[in-house]
Structures are given as structure tokens and as C-alpha cells.
Design a protein around this ligand. Sequence first.
Ligand code: AMP
Length: 925
Amino acid sequence: ASGTPPNPQIFFCIACILKDFNLTLRSIMDEKNIPIRTYQVCNVMEPNQNNWLRTHWIRRGPAQRIYIEIKFTLRDCNSLPGVIGTCKETFNLYYLESDSDNERYAHESRFEKIDTVAADESFTQVDIGDRIMKLNTEVRDVGVLSRAGFYLAFQDVGACIALVSIHVFYKKCPLAVRNLAQFPDTVTGADTSSLVEVRGSCVNHSEEQEVPKMYCGADGEWLVPIGNCLCNPGYEERNEQCQVCKVGYYRSLSSDGGCRKCPLHSYSTKEGATSCDCDKGYYRSETDPATMPCPPSAPHNLISNVNETSVLLEWSPPITSGGRQDLTYNVVCKQCVRDMQRCTPCGDDVRYSPQRLSLRSTRVSVYQLQAHTNYTFQIWAVNGVSKHSPSLEQATSITLTTNQAAPSTVMMVQSKDITRHTLSLFWDEPEKPNGVILEYEVKYYEKDQNERSYRIVKTTSRSADIKDLTPLTSYVFHVRARTAAGYGEFSAPFEFSTNTGGCRVHMCLFERSKYSQTKQAEEKNLQPGVRIYVDPYTYEDPNQAIREFAKEINTSCIKIEKVIGIGEFGEVCSGRLKLPGKREICVAIKTLKAGFTEQQRLDFLSEASVIGQFDHPNIIHLEGVVTKCKPVMIITEYMENGSLDMFLRKNDGRFTVIQLVGILRGIASGMKYLSDMGYVHRDLAARNILVNSNLVCKVSDFGMSRVLEDEPEGAYTTRGGKIPIRWTAPEAITYRKFTLASDVWSYGIAMWEVMSYGERPYWDMSNQDVIKAIEEGYRLPPPMECPLALHQLMLECWMRERADRPKFSQIVNMLDKLIRNPATLKRTAGDASRPHPSTLHHAPSEGSAPSLGSVDEWLKTIGLEQYRENFSTAGFCSLESVLPMSHEDLGKMAISCSAHQRKILSSVQELLSGMHHRQDTKVPV
Ligand code: AMP
């Protein structure tokens, strides 16, 4: 057979050799007048024709349905004279399946008929004369075939016919690429309506996203593409292929669009980059997307402001942040010797405010540097990428020299060789000599004598022999050091008695644990840069919080010296801590008494995991914990003057207003730090502030359970749980709304405690009366000699609406303003133009004169009924008669307690001003 199939893609010739049966093979001319060979039969004159032509055995191949295209010519019977009855215009098509060519001689009766084929076109004698060939093309199909091959056969029953060609073919869907998946040549299904499901395979450099599938239809067309492939990173889709990204471009994820140009400060040197490398000096973190440009540059405009041994550093943010939001700063401090080349890291005693690491602000104060010393400070711009390869391009540095400063305080004075008339003192050099110590000065006086009648001994060594003392007498000693810059502060008082062996030292029970020699677990350093407070009780295992926030200290580093107090969980001792490579320091050691439960142990240690998160000069500093051997201990810095309330009571009336405001400022600054970290203290009160030898106040007492359960001032509320009523804001008492604003309320009460030298807030009023009075709008009056501005600040802290109370940052600012303008502190309640109540119960109606009542009632109101007799004996029978009362009068009446004196006189003053103004004595809130 010959000729071109109609569609070369889908028509496929299997075999085209015809086998002569009873027909004649002839040459004729085709329509182009080219001679072709045809099988012809034309027995139209004779009846009962049955002529067969059969193909050879045709291998089926993969086909299940085959198509037979027959080209033939047929003579019109009408154009043949005398053939009516015998002439036919059709022929029949048959097939026979067999697995091999062994049916060559099969009888025609075994063939199955496919169809009777008729011509669309037939030709006549005239056509022959005109040489017009009218070629017919008919296609038939048959399936489902199952044997290895088949024969075809043509039966002529009396037509005049010539077979020109037979094409036997099957159909297939051609190789195709859809959605980056390649589908192979696929033979169509056996049925005319069947679809063959085909799975595609991803083209080169691509990967499957969703299984790619398509259906091959019976007519050889692909249908319904499903799923797809995506080009691999480094390649992009172009012309149904994955083509490599050019140099300078990248594509990081198969789900991304096309190749993109490298982001700012990055490059690619090879084709097919999946990310771009950062230019030298620029970095990107592993977690950053490849689209991220490479940041950042260094901070700039670093300036310093040195104040003796402190320095304030300020800088501007880097010019490029590289599009990152996580920019913070770290400070690196180095102390340098002369040539500025030999620099070593600054010691641990250097303090930073707000902190050294993870600073968000562009300023930091650095304290406790050494005097006359060269320092280099580097400010590092840090972000998620900085750890990769910090380069100096991300840091800016400044070099400076600190000024001269007096030596720091001598911390510890001890005595030995005590006789009836002499004793020897010795002490350590101040922690910060700030220069060469030229001399020490010892000031001492008899404990029972006035401090003003002191004696002085000077010495160049760290010891002094004190002579000419009175036997069996207690003496108070203070020591200070002098350098070229002048004298440092005197030390705290140290008491020793002649011939008695000095201060009694109670040793804490302390057995060195048998485990103390064993290897300590890895020590985790405290992180000074932690910004947000983490509640240790949110840890599944609170021990984990302890490990994370508190350093484990080896007991061999601790020396316990004496008991200084009793805490909730056991004794509190003072002692010394000498960590390897560090100077020995004085510490307070809280111990956990024996026989504790695991819960008590965790509650006790929770305080350490809270304090360990803080790093601020006005927050008690945690040195570490001992948890691996008994007793379990919490080690904090030592605060020589103990708790603030006791300290104030002991030093009643001894401080200047500026000193008191300094105390308030310190507490406020510590509280501001806590509030910035999101920590609500809940138990701010003078008893929970500790004071060191330099009068620096530090917020302490961060015990978790203690706040509600074991607070000595705690009272049960109607909703259960203990609350220190007098210090607590009303909303915290009624519905336990403890917030930064309720801490501000407590701060106001602590202010009042400070200004009244440790007076008990609301004196002897019952908790119930306090709650009622506060509810009715009364507030504590100004303590004696308290500047009005400070009382005004207290009143603001006690605003009923917590949103109206100032924030700690505002309180710090207000106190700073007052310190800068001491004149504003001059006006006290005594010269107030506006009346204040001295008692909380006293609330006469507006416009009416206050009814003064009896002396007894008045004393009861101010909680000093015990002096009823003193007053009546001295002849004070009416309240009017007490109005001109003075300090002296009280002394004469044997009322010697100065706190009571102050309370009586301040109440008298208020009665007086109440009479003058005849106004409502409620303090407006
Ligand atoms: P606390 O467990 O905080 O109630 O401590 C009990 C007492 O021990 C306090 O009232 C202080 O007198 C004293 N104390 C606690 N910690 C220190 C410290 N760091 N420095 C000096 N004394 C302290």
C-alpha cells in the first residue's frame, strides 16, 4: 500500500501487503497519472460471486482497537449495460484474530465481519474515458483485540472494484508537556469512549507539587490535566521547561515566581543560585528569607558624657537597618592601659542602666568605672544576623578617660586584741580605691554619747590601734579612705566593746555537703539583658527556671558569718562570697530551714528565679543559689542597713529632705525598671526595701507565695488570700486587680512611710476602718515637715481611678525635678494654704465649723488613747485647750515617743487650720 496517512501523527501503518485470493493485481494510473498497483475484480456479469482477498498476519502491537482505512474505486452498476441483478456496489470487510501466522489457510467462514463498505463515489465509462479516478476512502475500526495479531479479509460479492490502499493503524495520544509534567506517547483505550489515565513525570529541574495526571481520549487527544510540577529552586519556568536563573539572580523556593535579582548588598556568582550571598560585611540569618536584603551598618554619632566614674553614652541608630525590625544594641566595655592598645574587658562590678545587652534605646549609663582610667566602649548594632560573623562594621567605638573620684566606702571593719583600754581595728581596702590611697581616717565615739563628741585616728595602713578607751564600753567606729581626689564616704557604723570580744557572731548551722566536692553541673550565667519578666511558675518544671535565671554557687566559695534576720523560710545571715577570679564580697545568705517539702523548696527558690531576671542598681542583686547541697541558699548582695522601715525608725529625724527624696527616687527608679519589665510587685512597702551603706535603696522581697500567704501585714480579704491592706490599692483589695497602677498606690504609702520615718500607715486604725475611710475618699495627711509637693505626689498615687495615677517613669521625673529645684521642697504642710486632714475620720460637712469634740474622742480617733490620763492630769480638758500645744508641753506630759509627738502635733495643726478655713477637710482626690 502507499499514500500518506491523513494525519501522520496518529495514523500508523502496521502492514499493507495484500494477499491474492481470487482477484487480479493490476497497474492503473492514479489521479496524478502515476501508475499504481491495485487489486481489481469486476465479475459483474456473473451471479453468485464470492471472491476473497486476505492480508498476511498483522502483529497487533500495543493496540487494542485498530482502524482500517481503505482507499478504493468502484464502478457505477448503472453505467454497465446488462448487469442488473448481478452487479453490486459494495464489498465486505472481515477479520480473524490469531496469536501467530498459523491461520493462513483458515476457512473464510471463520472470519468475523466488520462491516459492509459502500462507495461514496462511483465512476462511469465516461469517467474512464476522461481518466477521472473517483477514489473512495472509508475507515472502519474494530476492537477489543486480544490476540497477538490478526488477518483482514475483503469479500467481493459481484462489484467492479479496485483496492488502491489499505492502512491499518491504531491511535495514540502523542508525547506532551503540561504544567511542567511530561506525558509519554499513550495508546488509546479499547473502547471508543474509554479514557486512559496517565501519570506525568516532572520535566528536568522540576519537582512534583501535586501528582500530575492526564487522560488520553479514544481519538488521541489529551484531556483534563490535573496536578503540576514546579521548577526547582535556582530554575524558572520558560517555554514549558525549567530554565536556570542567570548570574546575579536567584530563586529560593519552588513556589516562588520567576528568578529575581539579588537583594540589596548581596550577589550570586553562578547560574542557578537559590539564594544570594551577602556582600562582605553584611549578614543574613538562617531564619531570614532569601528575599531579605543584607543588613546592617554600625550605629553612628556615638557621644559620651563623663561624670567622675560614670559615663552616659548616646548614639544614633545605623543608617541602614537592612529592613530588619529586630535591631538592638550591646555595649562592650574595655579598660585600657596607657597606649590604648592593651585593653581588657571591664569587670563585673561595672553597672549599666538600663542594661548592657539587648538595649532598645540609643543610650546607656555606665557606673562604677575606675577613676583616672582609659576606657573604650563599643556599641554594637545587633539583630538576628549579627551572630553569623560580627564585624567591626556593625560597631562604633569611643575612647574616654574617667575623672578623678573619691574612694568608695570601706565595707567591713573588724576588731582584734581587745583589752580593757585598747583594741585593734583592721579593714579591707575599698572596693574602688579610685587612685592611690593616701590615708585612712577612723572616727569613733562611745555608743551612748552624742556622735558629735567623736575622736579621729589617722593611719596609712589598713589597721589602727585605738587606745585610751573606757573599759566595758561600747564604741561605734567608722572608717573612710582618702586619695588625691579627697575623702570617700565613712563606712557604716561598726560596734565593738572594750574587754567584751566585740560583736557577737551567731554562726548559721552550716554543714558542708558531701556533694560539695563533686563536679558542679554546667553553670549558666545570668543574662543581664532580659527584657520581659518571665513568671517562674509558668515553667512546667520550676527547677528549670531556677537553672535558667540563677547561677549555682559552690558552697566552698561561701563563708557564713552571722545571723542578721529571720526570713519566712529560715535564717538570713551575712557572710562573704569569693568566686574564683573575683574579689571577695559581702553577701546576704537566705537559708531554707531543714525539713522543707519540695513545694517549699521551689517557693523559696522562686524568689531567686525572679531576682535573677533583674539587673538594676535599685533592685536587690542576686549572686546565685546553692541548690545542690544543704542547706539550700539564696545569695544576694549585702545591704548593710537592713530593711528601710527599721532603718528609718532607728534614724528618726536625722536626714535632710533631699536625702529622703533621694531614697524615694531610688525606690521609684527600681519600680520603673520592674514596671518596664512587666513585673507587678504586689507588696511594695518600706519593710521590703533594703538599704546599703551608701543609703542606696533597693527593692527586694520577690517571694511568690509570700505576697498573699505569708506577708506579716497580710490580712484575709472577703475573697480569700492575704493582702497587706494598708499598702494595697482598693481595686486590688476588692477584686484582686494587682497591676502596675496598684504598685503605684503602694509606692505612695511607702513614700508616706519614708517621710514619716517609718510611721505605721493609718496608725492603729483597724484594717476595716482603713478600707472604709479610703472608700469615703479620705487619704493619709502629710507627715510632719513633709514638703507639700511630695504629699501632692502621694495623693496622685492614691487616685481612686487607677488610670489617673502617675506611671513610675513620671514619678521618677517628678522627683528628679524636685531634686533639681530644692526650693520647691521648702513649702511644707505647716504653711499650706489648703487644709489637710490629720485624721481620717474627720469629715465635717462643707461650710460648717468643725465640731472639735472631747480630748478623749480626739485621742481615740488618732489611735493614742493611752495618753488620756496624761492629758487630763496636765489639765487639758477641752480640745480647744490643746490647740496651742508644743513639743515642750508633750515632753512635760511624759509623752516622749517622737513618732507619737509628731502625730499629736500634726493633728493639732490640722485642727487649727480646719478652724481657720471652716472647710471640708477631705483631701480632694
Ligand atoms: P526577708 O526574707 O526578705 O524577709 O529577710 C528577712 C530580713 O533579713 C530582712 O528584714 C532584712 O533585715 C534581712 N535581709 C534580707 N536580705 C538582706 C540583704 N540582702 N542584706 C541585708 N539584710 C537582709
